[in-house]
Design a protein around this ligand. Structure first.
Ligand code: 3PY
Length: 275
């Protein structure tokens, strides 16, 4: 995903993904073949447990699409499981403080090479891939498969390659978004517009129609761009993806499996209502 994001800057194009809320490798494989840049496996609100997450991540990666896991909370165990399964990136919901943002980065990054004399033999030719250092444990044999790398190449380059996106979707997160964006290792601010609107006092509203929420959206976009980071937005229709891309966002999802199932059935059934 890091490479996809970089390549999408020049010439500029939107990076687009689909949201997976249902378990199953077959479904994940199907979505991954639809032409999206990434598939978001939603372990926050989706019906996807740890075993299903592993299966979906592997299936998406095998199709050459980037698996991104939305973890339930900014906790070490969720970051570890998602990255060890082979997620190319994580999306962390409800990021509200700089401290939590720094903690997530440390969970997601291996310790950086700091003592050249003490480098293990196999790593002897590696340069420290990132200035960001963390506490992630080395050991998953599955993540290298998802990146089509050898184990040692994966460990050497993972700090550079794993993509960390955090969701700004609370009032506190909005207040701190400029500082969160500056945290080294955070790659993207991603807006959860429904939660953001709810935390601003507008639950159950169409956030597109509330000027105050749209000002907040612009503020988060500016915070990301001023920090030299990517900006992402949750979208539910192609026209929203187009508009947000034109506004300056880099990455958008187009709501996925459950939404498509609901919409298609509702539309078709409505056409038969007169019978
Ligand atoms: C939001 O809109 O709040 C989201 O997080 C999308 O799932």
């Amino acid at each position: 995903l890091q490479r996809v994001m970089r390549d999408a800057q020049n010439p500029r194009r939107p990076v687009i993904g689909s949201w997976i809320m249902l378990p199953g490798a077959s479904l994940a494989r199907m979505v991954a073949r639809m032409g999206y840049d990434f598939a978001l496996i939603d372990c926050e609100h989706g019906d996807i447990d740890d075993a299903a997450m592993y299966a979906s991540v592997g299936a998406v990666a095998a199709e050459g699409c980037s698996p991104v896991v939305r973890i339930p909370l900014p906790h070490n165990v969720y970051v570890k499981r998602a990255l060890d399964a082979g997620a190319h990136g994580i999306l962390v919901p409800s990021m509200s403080t700089v401290e939590d943002a720094r903690a997530v980065v440390s969970y997601a990054k291996f310790p950086a090479v700091t003592k050249s004399q003490a480098r293990p033999k196999l790593l002897e030719n590696s340069s420290s891939p990132s200035t960001v250092s963390g506490i992630r444990g080395v050991g998953s044999p599955f993540a290298p498969v998802a990146f089509r790398q050898t184990f040692i190449d994966y460990v050497r380059t993972a700090n550079q390659n794993t993509f960390i996106a955090v969701q700004i979707e609370t009032l506190q997160g909005l207040e701190n978004c400029e500082e969160i964006a500056k945290v080294d290792g955070i790659d993207m601010l991603f807006i959860g517009p429904n939660d953001l609107a709810a935390s601003m006092g507008y639950p159950f509203y169409d956030h597109e129609s509330i000027p105050e929420v749209q000002e907040a959206v612009q503020r988060v976009l500016d915070a990301a761009k001023n920090a030299g980071k990517y900006a992402g937005m949750f979208c539910t229709e192609a026209k929203h993806v187009r508009a947000r891309f034109q506004q300056g966002f880099d990455l958008m999802n187009l709501a996925g499996d459950v939404a498509a199932l609901n919409d298609w059935n509702a539309t078709q059934l409505a056409q038969l209502e007169d019978l």
